[in-house]
Design a protein around this ligand. Structure first.
Ligand SMILES: [Zn+2]
Length: 316
């Protein structure tokens, strides 16, 4: 009988959690430059937007033709997964939606479902392992953000998941969700989705609380950081996140005018800024302080108390 003495090899994942428009794409682009880390975008959407819709990788190439993802999927699956497999994986990842969260956390799953979920977890393990192999990185930065998808990753015994939770002033976030913005990635030349500030404020609170709760329950290493601190003090903030990742501290060079150089990455889905490589100005986007309607500003401010205060965002 063969006895395995080696512990099961683990793949380390730095999970960027947080509500949309909080600056996770910027954070990921900066983290991607730290030696030992690779930022691969919102892996949750690899099956639907990447494989089935063949949307562009952040390198600009449609995902099915991107050399990086062709190599990763070849390593994980022995070739490009067929549409039926991609659809099944997308369906499994849709199971991890926020509205299903209470059920996933509390109820035992029925046996047929359990089998399907086990297959899904094992496939994720293979995928993340393949990303590590192809990139040569020690830590995979996944900016999927969904607290629900985090629960899926936490089911795996071979993924060493660490949670970096990005938060941003909810009034800035609500203002961003109000703006008309072209989405170069969406089919049919669409705009990025918009949301009323009242809805954004509710989501902001619920999403951030769920993230904290799931991370705390799992006992995974967890760090919360503010978008505003990342922009104002990039070196110190990145050092904290790098420490959480368990790789040696590294500095990301910041120019005299606060600009950083963002190299080309291979991120799946995410904010359109991921398509931009080259110098990026680290400048606090606080347009909401002058551009946001007063009633929306007060509504968002009121709905997000007390969490907003706990995160250090004052009234006014
Ligand atoms: Zn690519």
């Amino acid at each position: 009988m063969e006895v395995r003495s080696d512990p099961t090899p683990t793949t380390r994942v730095l999970y960027l959690a947080g509500w949309g428009r909080s600056g996770s794409t910027l954070a990921e682009s900066l983290l991607d430059q730290v030696p030992g880390l690779v930022g691969v975008g919102e892996i949750k959407f690899l099956w639907e937007r990447g494989l089935l819709q063949n949307r562009r990788c952040s390198c600009g190439t449609p995902l099915r033709s991107c050399r990086f993802w062709v190599d990763v999927l070849g390593e994980a699956f022995g070739g490009m997964p067929d549409d039926a497999t991609a659809r099944a994986l997308d369906a499994a990842s849709r199971r991890f939606r926020t509205r299903h969260l209470p059920g996933l956390l509390l109820k035992p799953t029925s046996p047929p479902d359990a089998d399907r979920l086990l297959w899904y977890y094992e496939t994720l393990e293979r995928l993340y392992r393949a990303v590590a192999t192809v990139s040569g990185a020690q830590v995979i930065v996944d900016s999927s953000k969904f607290p629900s998808y985090l629960t899926a990753l936490l089911q795996s015994a071979t993924l060493d998941v660490r949670v970096a939770h990005i938060v941003r002033d909810p009034r800035a976030v609500a203002y961003s969700w109000q703006r008309h913005r072209h989405d170069p990635d969406a089919p049919g030349d669409a705009e990025m989705p918009r949301m009323h500030p009242g809805a954004t404020a509710l989501y902001w609170s619920a999403w951030n609380l769920a993230t904290e709760r799931i991370a705390r329950r799992s006992g995974s290493p967890y760090l919360r950081f503010r978008y505003e601190d990342l922009v104002r003090e990039p070196a110190a903030t990145l050092r904290r996140i790098t420490e959480l990742s368990g790789v040696p501290a590294a500095t990301v060079p910041v120019g005299e005018r606060g600009e950083v150089f963002v190299p080309r990455t291979h991120q799946v889905s995410g904010n359109p800024m991921r398509f931009h490589s080259g110098p990026v100005a680290l400048r606090l986007d606080d347009e909401w302080t002058t551009g946001m309607a007063t009633r929306h500003r007060y509504l968002t401010g009121a709905v997000t108390v007390p969490l907003r205060h706990r995160y250090g965002y004052k009234d006014g």
